[in-house]
Design a protein around this ligand. Sequence first.
Ligand code: NAP
Length: 257
Amino acid sequence: MPTSLIDRTGVVFGVANKRSLAWSCAKALDSQGMRLCLTYATPRLEESVRKLAEELTNPLILPCDVTVPEEIDAVFEKITDEFNHLDTVVHGVAFAKREELAGDFYHTSKEGYMLAHEVSAYSLTAVARRALPLMEGRQGTIVTLTYIGSERVVRNYNVMGIAKAALEASVRYLANDVGPMGHRVNAISAGPVRTLSASGVGGFTKILDHIAKNSPLRRNITTEDVGKACLFLCSDMSSGITGTTMYVDSGYHIMGV
Ligand code: NAP
């Protein structure tokens, strides 16, 4: 079957709880036989992530704050020891201070701007660079998660929209770098889903209502919709696709007035 991921390995950054989009990606990849490493951002998440991971087959669970280079190094060292190689990286990490996700964008502080970009955009490049030696000769896949606030104004999304624009541009540059090695890099632009991070965006419930009423499918997406798209992008089914942003948003991105 072209979606089979047996004998493949992957690392998933950004699982906080069962609603995390990264968790839906992990479940979809695991369901097709990929052996996974999951990382959690802070010690406070360890217990819940370990509990969730009981649903997966023999996962490796490691701490990783992506703003700490030594922690990223440690993840890839451990993966080298345990897996010896790597086929897939799923990057589902983002952060901005709550006060930067409401009101006028021009109030964004320099510190808040830098932090949002470090966690939400630069970290993709930081993990991709470390993954490459382990992906050698394996036609690796890298997938990240983005949002339409990168290209259109979404009230209150503010600095996260700018960070997502940087993230999507990073996908294109990385795709061009690693394409000659046989690897692919793509982004999924997900519609709004009520997760821990999303609850930090001012007026989020209004966004959900708007999509349910105005998207072509007239519904909000599910985390499973995202997991299935991730599986597609990490399997041989998408072998000719790289550098792209794929919308999993009930079609909302095509809408004008
Ligand atoms: P989530 O469950 O809260 O996941 C975000 C993850 O990022 C959390 O595990 C969070 O850990 C982690 N994180 C934050 N700072 C970190 C750091 N310094 N180092 C490592 N990890 C860190 O929310 P989600 O909605 O699934 O978000 C996953 C991705 O999907 C994000 O890139 C988000 O922007 C994107 N996305 C979400 C939506 C949506 O509506 N939910 C739509 C489009 C795209 P903590 O909990 O410890 O902060």
